[in-house]
Design a protein around this ligand. Structure first.
Ligand SMILES: [Ca+2]
Ligand SMILES: [Ca+2]
Ligand SMILES: [Ca+2]
Length: 193
């Protein structure tokens, strides 16, 4: 029984390890900061612009390295999307979102495939705040952020990650018991042979 318990434990540990992000970006290696950033290698910007700021450059929330002002400097907030496309399935989407820090409240729509949510009226003085959503998409698509409006002052984005949803623990234990049961059947067969 001890070996079965060890097997269950090892399967459970393997399962939790699979929750490691399949996409992560804190923008700190995306410099140099610039207005109207093109998104670098991991993101693309369409239908407007975003700014890459921080590290002393329009650094409204110092200590966060680089981060993104979701309304750039063209009076048109860009659609900010990952180059990575996510297949249909369930994911955990996590990001830090702060208010504009410049007096305006902001609204941001977050999408992944055909899943979408809108975070409304983020107060100007909101510090970086972690948002986590467990989502399901039925279509393949990027993760996108779209600030409403276009006045060059947007919400601030950092620490974006996407992970697979871990297997439910009941399935893990059931799998472990199945393996243990098969081993017991084999032992009985070995004895009767
Ligand atoms: Ca950062
Ligand atoms: Ca801006
Ligand atoms: Ca604005």
């Amino acid at each position: 029984m001890r070996s079965v318990m060890a097997m269950i434990l090892s399967i459970a540990l393997t399962s939790s390890a699979s929750a490691a992000p399949i996409f992560f970006d804190n923008f700190d290696a995306s410099g140099p900061p610039t207005v109207n950033w093109n998104g670098g290698t991991d993101w693309n910007v369409t239908s407007g612009s975003v700014d890459l700021i921080g590290n002393g450059f329009f650094d409204f929330l110092p200590g966060n390295g680089l981060y993104v002002d979701l309304d750039g400097t063209t009076n048109s907030a860009g659609l900010f999307s990952t180059n990575m496309l996510f297949a249909p399935g369930s994911y955990i989407v996590t990001f830090s979102l702060a208010g504009s820090q410049r007096g305006s409240s902001e609204t941001v729509t977050v999408s992944l495939g055909d899943w979408s949510t809108t975070i409304s009226n983020i107060p100007s003085n909101q510090p970086f705040t972690v948002y986590t959503f467990t989502i399901t998409t039925t279509t393949t698509g990027p993760l996108s952020f779209q600030n409403a409006g276009g006045d060059n002052v947007g919400a601030l984005l950092d620490n974006v990650s996407v992970s697979f949803v871990p297997e439910p623990i009941s399935l893990v234990i059931f799998g472990g018991l199945m393996v243990g049961g098969l081993a017991a059947v084999r032992r009985r067969k070995a004895v009767s042979a």
